[in-house]
Design a protein around this ligand. Structure first.
Ligand code: DAH
Length: 340
């Protein structure tokens, strides 16, 4: 029996020392010291011993029990301490580490320049008007002096929803809405999307953006048009920027002009960028045709006005030196991230 007790003490001590987690330690406690444990099993055999042997064995058994119990409680304390330290290490927070920045979006280059142009016009007393992209033929063409079968319609082929309803080909349609709803003096710009059934290439897209301008009042002349556009271009491209008006034809203006802006690359000298011209074509403009005014209920013998329409993509491409319009619509983050 003495041998058995020594045996238990030895195996239990070894098992307790090499134990590495609390649950296993508890299992060892049950195995050796529990009610059905190995030590208890031995104590149950005490009855078989002689009266002299019994107290000796009893004392020995108690010693073994006491030793194992204290080993277990020491081990338990050590394991709990280690678990706590590991938990603290895992949860530790270094408050001196730099924070994680949330990914910030930014404005699209088309929006940046549109905002800039809006600011310039707001500063000149204009307001911003909005119009529908799905439009009646009447507003897109007819009221702008482009009756059915007018040849100029061919250059603005678009997407028809019904025979009378289409995706607008130009923001000029907003001129008609504004003049129908507002009496002069009128000073508005109207930025927005327009559509044409053009094939995609470096300078064409079936969807692009225009900014329309319209001023109607008493005594408005071509000089007001030129002064307004010159100021716009100087704000966009620098104070030394000059513009040039060339005679042109638009059905809704008379006289009409195409407006060129001095080449940003050679400042009018003539270079590769402007193909030796010194100027680059940028927009269409003119004096609002009396027929258009009258059609909107404005007396053309009292009032006159100017209008213009500029392509936003062209201005953005010039501003940032972008050679391919497709870049503006592909939404490649590596491209878009460059603009602030
Ligand atoms: N709507 C014309 C276009 O898309 C541009 C334009 C020309 C607008 C002359 C005007 C204007 O307001 O007066 O080509």
């Amino acid at each position: 029996m003495k041998e058995q007790l020594r045996q238990i003490e030895e195996t239990a001590s070894a098992a307790i020392s090499s134990c590495t987690d609390l649950r296993a330690l508890d299992e060892l406690r049950v195995k050796f010291l529990g009610k059905k444990g190995e030590l208890t099993a031995i104590l149950k055999q005490m009855g078989k011993l002689s009266a002299e042997e019994r107290p000796v064995m009893g004392q020995l058994a108690n010693e073994v029990r006491g030793k194992l119990e204290s080993m277990i409680s020491e081990k338990s304390a050590a394991l709990q301490e280690a678990a706590k330290a590991a938990k603290i290490a895992a949860e530790s927070l270094d408050v001196t580490m730099p924070g994680k920045r949330p990914a910030m979006g930014r404005l699209h280059p088309l929006q940046i320049v549109e905002n800039e142009i809006k600011e310039i016009f707001l500063g000149m007393g204009f307001s911003v008007a909005d119009g529908p992209e799905v439009e009646y033929d009447y507003y897109n063409f007819e009221a702008l002096n482009l009756p059915p079968n007018h040849p100029a319609r061919d250059t603005q082929d678009t997407f028809y929803i019904t025979e009378n309803i289409l995706l607008r080909t130009q923001t000029s349609s907003v001129q008609v809405h504004v003049m129908e709803n507002q009496k002069p003096p009128i000073r508005v710009i109207s930025p927005g999307r327009v559509y044409r059934s053009d094939a995609v290439d470096a300078t064409h897209s079936p969807l692009f953006h225009q900014i329309e301008g319209l001023v109607v009042d008493k005594g408005i002349t071509m000089a007001d048009l030129k002064g307004t556009l010159e100021l716009l271009m100087q704000r966009l491209y620098g104070d030394d920027c000059k513009i040039r008006l060339r005679p042109h034809h638009f059905p809704f203006t008379e006289p009409s002009a195409e407006v060129d802006v001095m080449c940003f690359n050679c400042h009018g000298e003539g270079c590769r960028v402007c193909k030796g011209e010194g100027y680059i074509e940028l927009l269409g403009a003119g004096m609002v045709h009396p027929k258009v005014l009258e059609g909107c209920g404005i007396d053309s013998s009292v009032y006159s006005g100017f209008a213009f329409g500029l392509g936003l993509e062209r201005i953005v491409m010039r501003r940032y030196n972008i050679s391919d319009m497709r870049l503006l619509f592909e939404n490649d983050m590596r491209f878009l991230e460059q603009f602030r």
